[in-house]
Write a protein that binds this ligand. Sequence first.
Ligand code: AMP
Length: 327
Amino acid sequence: MKQTVLSGIRATGRLHLGNYLGAVKGMLALQEDSTIDTFFMVADVHTITTPYDIDELKLNRREVIIDYLAAGLDPERSTLFLQSMVGEHLELSFLFSSVMSIARMQHLPTFKDKVKQYPDHATMALLNYPLLMASDILLYKANLVPVGIDQEPHIEIARQVARKMNEAYGTDFPEPTRFATKGEYVPSLQGSGKMSKSVAGSFISLTDSEAEILERLKAAPTDDGKGNLQTMPQGVKNILQFVELFSGAEKRAEYEAQYEGAGIRYGDLKKELAASIAAELKPLQAKRAELMVNPKYIDDVIATGATKAQAVASRTLDEVKEKMGLG
Ligand code: AMP
């Protein structure tokens, strides 16, 4: 069976290491396989499900395209597009809402978390977020979705929608699964929770310099550097996870041995870690600088991507409307 991939990132700001390791690295790996069709969008419509600034959204959705290109996503091999330019996403999500119960959507942990975070914005758009995501995926009949582990409940909704639509209307949607990367859960720098754009102090941006990375790492909580691995505080475990992700498992094992022996000198560890992270980000930042001076190229990528995505999306939507009696 032909493999098709879809993924997206909201246009809420510059990408951080969580987006990079949890999502973009998976996208890059899948783009490498020429037998797989890859669709990567900027989820700009998803951005309006929580409070946002109009001017920032306009800017950020373009910035995400630039980040994609800087990271190595290639418009010759992948379809890169803005979700809002392909209206089929919205139309199909409404059709999907006819097969899902309100209760199922209200009980999603991701919905409850967002309502806690933004108690004055418990909107229908927020409740519908997972159905729009199901529509994003199923419009392209994607069976693989490279996203972080936080998105698993939403992928489950997409599978359920696919099953219900297939049963009720005889559509042929695949049941998508998540494509996991080594960085499927990147922790916050603050000692608990995940790295997130909406939590200041939790993240390292892909555009940060080595000095900025070091400053952010310096603020991360540690202990006195010695003790038992079993009782190691979560903040220290998180730092060692970053060491493993950027400097390798051997380096982590070295630090763990120090923790149980003479002790870790966090000043040195954080300097070394900042240098490893900066080394990985350097080529992306150089590419980003090149892209920034060529706005016409970015415009072309966005326009071409929308046309390519829409050709596939409109075919699927027509099929579904026909089967639902709306053709
Ligand atoms: P968002 O910014 O919420 O639109 O997320 C975009 C992508 O980045 C999704 O695939 C998320 O699962 C992924 N992502 C966001 N934060 C993290 C994190 N801390 N660890 C791993 N993946 C993440």
